[in-house]
Design a binder for this molecule. Structure first.
Ligand code: F6R
Length: 264
């Protein structure tokens, strides 16, 4: 795992966008897995700027979002469809035919629907670059604690902690969804490369456990230890509980000198 430590959120976002932009320029037909959440907003804004000012072309990019709340329509302001449109897709030259986000309004038959989402990923040739955030409880996607490390896209009940974390985004009194459709840990681990972002002190413990703790379904981000190409991009606060910070800094400098391609 490569752990990139950045002094603040702006630099974290710029670094993440630089890595994504490099991947898109290297392979304009890339298939990307996308995350929502407040952490990703700066990266999407920078990617939109690179599109506007430096002609970064997304017209041949295929995307699969990680998750969507069950019960929310694409027009609901807290839906991940809405988030993606507002923060990214409306600001770049995305081909809407190549964008995939789980449907929060499926009336039932979840297993068939989720199997078809997995099938669409396979048909697209698999995910080349998966972007992730991390929850306070260490979830990636909505793979809450005790999710199988082999799990695939499925309907998942959210923990109280996740529901409370998300309540602030909903109108007072509005019901926060209890469930989501999410890619599984097994789905995520099949991506060829993974980029995971974390910002702020609330994430410090989960980040330390994911990188330095034991591999456990109780903290699903720890499953990333199994993947050969994972890059964490962290701001100082999110990195603050890592025991090996000095080592990660040395690795960062040595990688820049010896194998700079690993940083792109
Ligand atoms: C979002 C997702 C979640 C978030 C995580 C962090 O699509 O899958 O795992 O990445 O909950 O969210 P923020 O960035 O809002 O703290």
């Amino acid at each position: 795992m490569l752990v990139l430590l950045k002094p603040n959120y702006d630099e974290l976002s710029a670094e993440a966008a630089r890595i994504v932009a490099h991947a898109v320029r290297s392979n304009p037909l890339i298939t990307m897995g996308l995350a929502t959440g407040s952490t990703t907003i700066g990266m999407y804004a920078e990617l939109a700027r690179l599109h506007r000012e430096e002609a970064l072309d997304f017209s041949n990019v295929t995307t699969f979002n990680l998750d969507e709340y069950l019960g929310l329509s694409p027009e609901h302001p807290q839906s991940f469809h809405f988030f993606m449109r507002e923060n990214f897709f409306s600001k770049i030259n995305a081909d809407l035919e190549k964008i995939h986000i789980p449907d929060g309004k499926i009336p039932g038959n979840y297993e068939d629907y989720c199997a078809s989402y997995e099938q669409a990923i396979r048909q697209a040739g698999g995910i080349d670059l998966q972007i992730l955030g991390i929850g306070r409880n260490g979830h990636i996607g909505f793979n809450e604690p005790a999710s199988s490390l082999g799990s695939r896209t499925r309907l998942k009940a959210l923990t109280r902690e996740t529901i409370e974390d998300n309540r602030k985004f909903f109108a007072p009194g509005e019901e926060v969804p209890q469930c989501a459709i999410t890619m599984g840990i097994g789905t995520i681990l099949e991506a060829r490369k993974i980029l995971i972002l974390a910002r702020g002190p609330a994430k410090a413990q989960a980040v330390a456990q994911a990188i330095e703790g034991p591999l456990t379904a109780s903290l699903t981000a720890s499953a990333l230890q199994l993947h050969p190409e994972v890059t964490f991009v962290l701001d100082e606060a999110a990195a603050s509980q890592l025991k090996q910070q000095d080592y990660y800094r040395r690795v960062m400098h040595l990688t820049a000198r010896l194998t700079p391609e690993r940083l792109s």
